[in-house]
Design a protein around this ligand. Structure first.
Ligand code: PEP
Ligand code: MG
Length: 538
């Protein structure tokens, strides 16, 4: 047995075989002048996969009968489908990209479109689409040796994880995450917590791909990984897992109860989410609302900008899932570590200080307009609030108001149904916004404090830089004072203030947040009941 100590990211136990990311399919985007050649490679892959699916069908008819085998027929039809194969061909031709990339990107788009369909039967077809995509990639030569093991539950291991890689995890069989490096404040860590996946990071040089395929246990409580665990450790970990599950059951008793401290202060507990599964988890864990939906996370892997109807369908589903509870959807916070393939951003010296959040939306008014149209239209389905990221000035708020007016006028002219009175708030995640919060409060409906970026910018600590973590002081007094000041200004202006960054879930700060008069905390869905328990005991 090998024991390696790292840092805990999400407190739970995960067991399975280690699968190193470098052994997983990773599809590179290459530009090509020879579009014909890429199209021919794709057609060849289609032939290979068609033959393979026919063999699978025939073999399965004999083994499991015609009805069960028909899945392979359905998959074969996909290869002739205009929406699927046609979109791949079009992407190769229009964007001049390699066949593998078009298969991966357009294939995932098609699967995600199905994820959003209301009919559960059709929704399940997303799995077929992903299977066909994998077969095509394999035929194109980009499948890894270790792909087979992805069919069973596994522990994902890597040097580090990009948000675009992390967002794919919810669809897979990932039972835990173990990273050699990584930063516990990164978006990958946020996503692991949000999806409730046991995770450890910063395992260091002792951890490497020589452990690929080995059985391991991640103890997310202590930040330890046990590779090839001996019987005694395995039994101890199984008992710890059972105990963690028992605690979760106990916490369920707190569903439907108010979050009031022993001293009688009430606070709303909401959830952060980045996809529909997390919104459902928020509902299951009795979130009093969605305090932050990071809309950009759904589209980090898309080959082209999601159109208005695609976005509308997603936002409407979120609002319907939350059944009238307050739901804050943040406009795209793209830039810095969250790059999307459909916006070719120029390389920047300091991306965290560069074109991101509201700056990028203003720079791309068409993208901004389309998102607002989709949000206003979806607004009739529930209790929507819109949140804008990376605000630093009043001028930004005024230009947002102008865009909102323009979009509403447009929808009026077209006679499209929408909700016109959608409260709009801003993220307080730059020191400038906190320092100006008395003025900003006059022109906005609510504040939401993003402590991850507020910490990064106040303490000049790059949140992506793992080396700086030793300097990190969660709940640094400078950050807390900025939050306190913002809360006072929100109170004076009579607008609500929430905290949606990672600090919101830090139970050691709950008392201080209550005394500041914070109205709501927004945390990963799996942490709501635990935090409710802590606050009720204060
Ligand atoms: C934050 O900065 O605290 C925040 C909630 O936004 P994100 O983590 O998505 O940057
Ligand atoms: Mg932020």
């Amino acid at each position: 047995m090998v024991t390696i100590q790292g840092k805990s990211v999400y407190r739970d136990i995960g067991m399975g075989k280690l699968c190193f990311l470098e052994n997983r399919r990773s599809v590179e985007c290459r530009w090509t002048e020879d579009v014909e050649k890429e199209l021919a490679r794709f057609e060849e892959a289609v032939d290979t996969v068609t033959k393979r699916l026919r063999q699978l069908y025939e073999g399965s008819v004999r083994a499991v009968g015609e009805t069960n085998a028909s899945v392979f027929r359905v998959q074969e039809l996909l290869l002739q489908d205009r929406e699927y194969a046609g979109a791949i061909r079009q992407m190769v031709s229009d964007q001049k990209v390699n066949a593998e990339y078009a298969v991966a990107a357009a294939g995932e788009n098609a699967a995600r479109a199905l994820d959003l369909v209301e009919d559960a039967y059709i929704r399940e077809r997303a799995g077929d689409v992903r299977d066909v995509t994998n077969l095509l990639l394999e035929a194109l030569g980009s499948a890894p040796d270790g792909l087979e093991m992805l069919q069973e539950p596994y522990l994902l291991a890597a040097e580090d994880l990009l948000p675009s890689q992390a967002v794919q995890l919810s669809a897979g069989n990932v039972r835990g995450i173990a990273l050699k490096g990584g930063s516990t404040r990164s978006h990958a860590a946020i996503l692991a917590r949000s999806m409730g996946i046991p995770a450890v990071m910063k395992l260091g040089e002792a951890f490497g791909s020589e452990f690929h395929g080995k059985q391991a246990v991640i103890d997310g409580f202590t930040g330890t990984i046990y590779i090839d665990p001996d019987q005694k450790t395995l039994e101890a970990m199984e008992e710890k897992k059972r105990e963690a599950d028992r605690h979760k059951v106990l916490l369920r008793r707190l569903k439907g109860r108010e979050t009031v401290s022993g001293t009688g202060r009430r606070i709303r507990l909401c959830a952060n989410a980045g996809n529909l599964a997390e919104v459902e988890a928020a509902w299951d864990n009795d979130a009093e609302g969605i305090g932050l939906f990071r809309s950009e996370l759904m589209y980090l892997e898309c080959g082209r900008m999601p159109d208005e109807d695609t976005q509308f369908a997603l936002y409407r589903r979120i609002l319907e899932t939350m059944r009238g509870r307050e739901t804050v959807i943040r406009t795209f916070d793209i830039g810095a570590d969250k790059q999307v393939p459909w916006l070719k951003q120029e390389k920047e010296e300091n991306p965290a200080l560069g074109m991101r959040g509201i700056r990028l939306l203003r720079e791309n008014p068409q993208m901004f307009r389309v998102q607002l149209r989709a949000l206003y239209r979806a607004g009739v389905a529930g209790n929507l609030r819109i949140l804008y990221p990376m605000i630093t000035s009043l001028e930004e708020i005024r230009s947002i108001r102008q865009m909102e007016r323009q979009v509403r006028q447009e929808l009026d002219r077209e006679g499209v149904r929408y909700r016109d009175k959608v409260p709009a708030g801003i993220m307080i995640e730059t020191p400038a916004a906190a320092l100006l919060s008395d003025r900003l409060a006059q022109e906005t409906d609510f504040f939401s404090v993003g402590t991850n970026d507020l910490t990064q910018y106040t303490l000049a600590l790059d949140r992506q830089n793992a080396k700086l973590e030793s300097l990190e002081d969660p709940g640094h007094e400078a950050v807390l004072r900025l939050i306190e000041m913002t809360a006072k200004n929100a109170g004076n202006a009579g607008i609500p203030i929430a905290i949606c960054g990672d600090l919101a879930a830090d139970a050691s700060l709950s008392e201080r947040f209550l005394s500041m008069g914070i109205d709501a905390l927004s945390v990963p869905p799996g942490m709501i009941l635990e935090l409710r328990e802590t606050i009720r005991e204060l």
